[in-house]
Design a protein around this ligand. Structure first.
Ligand SMILES: [Zn+2]
Length: 269
């Protein structure tokens, strides 16, 4: 018994230990039937992801993101092609509180690739090589966005061993953002989540995007958006994967002013 005593906490610290245990484990409570934790999970919000590798253009919106207290996720493809300056910029963005996720090494279309290759080859060439390139520069991605949204239950099962969350897309044939049900996360623990494109090139107006945010707010959901390259001018009927500052700022402002939480991809439980 004498030996056991050493394993037990000193009674005078017991109160403090109990408080720590309580605060760290009992962080979930119910308000109006919704589950919250101390990080705000469960509150309505938005996930904004930027894909590919427009690192300098992402870096240029740092101040805009700060202005609205926005935290976003950058999904990087072609990580092995980034130069030293790009890597430093990504580190600064991470320091600002943004997440750096993975978008594949060569941005391959999973279905097409797997038509002629095995899942092991896909993992080696596209996923593990991308994770390795990121690790080498001090990045440890927790989220993955499928290029072109192309995936299957086979790729999901393989990738979920390496990532907390996988992002797919709703496809481009949606009539209205507020009706793109799959892109609204309901805090149900899904690890494969869909997202809807808010590029200027999509046939979607900024007003429709704001209606999507309004839906998230009213229904206690988190809407997941993806876009690509922020640009400081507007273009009509663009075929490029761009989002104008005007549109981006309208989205950030609406979310901020309506108390939506800016979740990073891996924040969602
Ligand atoms: Zn992409």
């Amino acid at each position: 018994m004498e030996g056991l005593k050493h394993l037990l906490p000193d009674p005078k610290y017991l109160g403090v230990i109990l408080i720590i245990v309580f605060v760290t484990s009992v962080t979930v409570f119910s308000v109006n039937g919704s589950l919250f934790d101390i990080n705000g999970n469960g509150k309505p919000g938005v996930v904004i992801t930027f894909d590919d590798n427009y690192v300098s253009d992402w870096y240029a919106i740092r101040d805009m993101l700060k202005k609205y207290d926005a935290k976003v996720t950058f999904m990087v493809s072609g990580f092995d092609d980034l130069n030293t300056s790009d890597i430093e910029k990504l580190k600064d963005l991470r320091k600002d509180g943004h997440e750096i996720g993975c978008h594949g090494l060569d941005h391959v279309h999973a279905d097409c690739y797997l038509a002629n290759n095995t899942i092991e080859e896909y993992l080696d060439a596209e996923i593990l090589s991308a994770i390795g390139a990121m690790n080498k520069k001090g990045f440890f991605p927790r989220s993955f966005a499928y290029p072109y949204g192309s995936h299957s239950s086979q790729t999901d099962a393989a990738l979920l061993k390496y990532f907390k969350r996988l992002r797919v897309t709703t496809g481009s044939n949606i009539d209205n953002i507020k009706d793109a049900n799959e892109a609204y996360y309901k805090f149900n623990g899904d690890r494969v989540v869909a997202s809807v494109c808010i590029d200027d090139s999509e046939d979607i107006t900024t007003e429709e995007i704001l209606e999507g945010l309004q839906r998230a707010k009213e229904h206690n959901e988190t809407v997941i958006f993806f876009t690509h390259q922020p640009i400081n001018y507007t273009v009509d009927n663009s075929t490029e994967k761009v989002i104008s500052y005007e549109r981006l700022e309208a989205v950030l402002k609406y979310a901020h002013d309506n108390n939506l939480t800016f979740y990073r991809m891996s924040d969602l439980y």
